[in-house]
Design a protein around this ligand. Sequence first.
Ligand code: CTP
Ligand SMILES: C/C(=C\CO)CCC[C@H](C)CCC[C@H](C)CCCC(C)C
Length: 379
Amino acid sequence: FTPQPQRTDAHLHTTQRKITTPIPNDQPRHSRSPTNTLWMIENGGSQEPSKPQPVNNSKYLLPTAALVSITLVTIAALTQTLPGPPIDATAPPPLLSTLPYGVAFSGSCHPYSAPLLLRDVSATVFSIMAATAFVKSITYPTQRGGLDPRDARKLIHTLSAPLFLCVWPLFSHAYGARVFAAIVPLLNALRLFVAGTTGTGTGAESTQKNLDMTNPSPSSVVTAGTETELARAISRSGDAKEALQGPFVYVMVLLVSTLFLWHDTPIGIVAVATMAVGDGLADLMGRRFGASNKWSFNKDKSVAGSVAFVIGSVLGSFGLISWLVWTGAMDPLSLDSWDLLARLLVIAVVCAGVELVPVVDDNYSVPISAGVLAAYLLN
Ligand SMILES: Nc1ccn([C@@H]2O[C@H](COP(=O)(O)OP(=O)(O)OP(=O)(O)O)[C@@H](O)[C@H]2O)c(=O)n1
Ligand SMILES: C/C(=C\CO)CCC[C@H](C)CCC[C@H](C)CCCC(C)C
């Protein structure tokens, strides 16, 4: 018990004392910091501990960033900087078409018409709202102890990207539609960046850090915004800074695949499905059924997890390719279904091996390996 110097502050009309109590290790993760610093704020001398009410000052981040990005891309489309539908629909226009003034390079696209623009803006707004609602549907129960954070992290990992690719048919056939779609992973990358860099850490840490009563300005009060909730729900250790690791790489892979591969080719689809569904199911199934069948060369991972990886990758890739072809978003491949499944199986088995390599971050190695193999075997 270390009483702080008595201080009253006209601004706060309170005094405070710091009580540090060690927390046993069997306590829930979020309270298992080395010391659970509990700030007691005495209001008028009462000894009742009271937690500061968090101020969500990041709730305007997502809508503001969404409005700015959609406005900028719309202006690009209206000024013909962003190209519309390819003139020769049988041949995808060159990559340069998506770059600013790229249509001048290729000359192979119509202008962005108003109906196409309205469709792509609407699809973007819907996807942003759906992404926020989907993530919230997992972080909300996790924040209240209804879901193990490790399962929450992997459920979001497994489902986010496939669900995003499932809404791709909502976007138009304009070449620039991929730039609108790329706004969705870009905004989530921004959310993760803000959560990981604003030091909103775990419960005690953020309380201690943000309740700096030497500077009782509103900005020093805990900012428990949705970004903090998101970062804690997808963090293995409870440290919000983890949002800048696996999760950030995941959405950047999704951004690059959307912007530069889109559904012109199966390469990005296979890379994303292998990263999301394959690696996600490997974790979820491996942690449950892998205890007795660990690999001899990598005791952290199991045969059960690798089998789940292969099955998830094949079914995820095949399912998403089939969906995009069936909805007309993607041209049919020149392979029949069994040939496609066989090639996807080869890609999945090789990537399952890559996932077992302990010295490389599988958030990079798996999608890159899947994309290179898909370019060779499917394109
Ligand atoms: N082939 C695999 C892959 C994973 N696992 C199980 O899932 C856990 C987490 O797997 P990992 O890929 O290491 O996930 P993280 O690295 O924690 O998550 P991320 O890839 O998102 O960073 C492993 O400890 C193991 O219990 C497994 O049994 N077999
Ligand atoms: C926890 C993650 C990886 C760790 O291995 C994944 C983080 C995912 C982001 C928090 C949210 C990504 C949302 C997608 C870009 C869009 C989904 C849209 C869809 C319609 C639900």
